[in-house]
Design a binder for this molecule. Structure first.
Ligand SMILES: O=C(O)CCC(=O)C(=O)O
Length: 282
C-alpha cells in the first residue's frame, strides 16, 4: 500500500484548488488500498460498535428508496480506517494542496449510496457543520468504485469558497440538532443553466480523489444506477489557520476534546498529526 501519493501534486493542481475550491487528482492510491478499504466499508456499515456513528437514510427510516449510509470517525474504532487516515497518502495530498508543513487529522466520513437510492446529497458547505473556523481544512474524497453522473458523482460550484457565504448546515436525515438561523443553501441543482455559475464534477476511477475547501458548495444527485453502488471516503485534515469554534448546532467530535475556543486544536489524541514535511520542525 502506498504511503506517498502515486502521482505528484503539481503546481497546476494547487492553482486549481485555490481558484475553484476543488480539484480532482487521478490515480493517487494503489489497488491494495482500494481493496482493503472496500472490505472495511462493507464490514463497518452494519457494525454494532459503541463508537459507530451511522447516519442512515433508508426506506425504513423515511427515505424514498435504496440506502444512503454515512458513518463518521470510523478511525476511532476500526484499524483499517485508522491506517487509512494516518498512513495512506490522504494527509500528504491535503497538506500539499493547502501548502501546509503539517496537517492534523480532523475526521473521516464514509458515504455509500446503494443502487437506486433516490436521496440526493443536499447542496451545502462543510464548515457550518463543524466546531471549527478557517480555510485550511481540506477534505480528500476518495472513490472506492467507479463513479459517474449516473451513480451520484459529487458536484461543486467552482469558486463558491470565495463568495463570503456561510450557509446553514443541511443533513440528509434532517437532524434538528443542526437547525440554525443561517441562510439556507440554495438548491444549485436548479440553477444548472445559469451562466453565472460554473459546475464541476468528474467521472472517477477507484483511487482518484477530489479535494475540496471547507466553504466550497457541493452536493450530489441520487444513485440512479440499477446495479452499481457509490462508495467514497472523505477524510478531513486541517493546517495552519484552523481554529476551535464550538458554536451551537455543530457536530459533536468523537473523543470530546477539551479545547480553548479561538486556538488551533492541538489534542494529539483526538486530532493526531497525520503528516509533516520532512524538514519541518514540530
Ligand atoms: O459523498 C457525498 O454524497 C457527499 C460528500 C460530502 O459532502 C463531503 O465529502 O463533504
Amino acid at each position: 500500500m502506498n504511503r506517498a501519493p502515486l502521482n505528484p501534486i503539481t503546481a497546476a493542481a494547487i492553482a486549481d484548488y485555490e481558484r475553484d475550491g476543488v480539484v480532482c487528482l487521478r490515480g493517487m492510491f494503489d489497488a491494495d488500498w482500494i481493496a482493503r478499504m472496500n472490505r472495511a466499508v462493507a464490514r463497518i456499515m452494519d457494525a454494532q460498535h459503541p463508537l459507530a456513528r451511522p447516519r442512515e437514510v433508508t426506506t425504513a427510516l423515511g427515505g424514498k428508496s435504496g440506502r444512503f449510509h454515512i458513518n463518521s470517525f470510523v478511525w476511532s474504532w476500526d484499524e483499517d480506517f485508522r491506517s487509512w487516515v494516518l498512513e495512506s497518502p490522504c494527509a500528504e495530498i491535503a497538506a500539499r494542496l493547502m501548502r501546509a508543513d503539517e496537517v492534523r487529522l480532523f475526521y473521516d466520513q464514509v458515504f455509500v449510496k446503494e443502487p437506486q437510492t433516490a436521496e440526493a446529497t443536499d447542496w451545502h458547505q462543510d464548515l457550518p457543520f463543524w466546531p471549527m473556523r478557517g480555510g485550511d481544512i481540506a477534505s480528500v474524497w476518495v472513490a472506492l468504485v467507479p463513479v459517474d453522473h449516473e451513480n451520484s458523482a459529487v458536484e461543486y460550484v467552482a469558486g463558491s469558497h470565495q463568495w463570503g457565504k456561510f450557509y446553514a448546515a443541511a443533513v440528509p436525515d434532517k437532524d434538528p440538532r443542526f437547525q440554525s438561523d443561517l441562510e439556507p443553501c440554495p438548491d444549485f441543482g436548479a440553477r444548472k443553466g445559469d451562466p453565472q455559475y460554473r459546475f464541476l464534477s468528474w467521472s472517477m476511477q477507484p483511487g482518484d480523489c477530489l479535494v475540496h475547501h471547507p466553504l466550497t458548495v457541493h452536493g450530489a444527485a441520487g444513485n440512479f444506477s440499477p446495479t452499481r453502488r457509490r462508495v467514497g471516503i472523505s477524510t478531513r485534515y486541517f493546517g495552519r489557520d484552523a481554529r476551535w469554534d464550538p458554536r451551537p448546532a455543530t457536530m459533536k467530535i468523537t473523543g470530546d476534546p477539551v479545547l480553548e475556543p479561538g486556538r488551533r486544536p492541538d489534542d494529539d489524541r483526538v486530532f493526531p498529526v497525520a503528516w509533516r514535511r520532512a524538514d519541518a520542525h514540530a
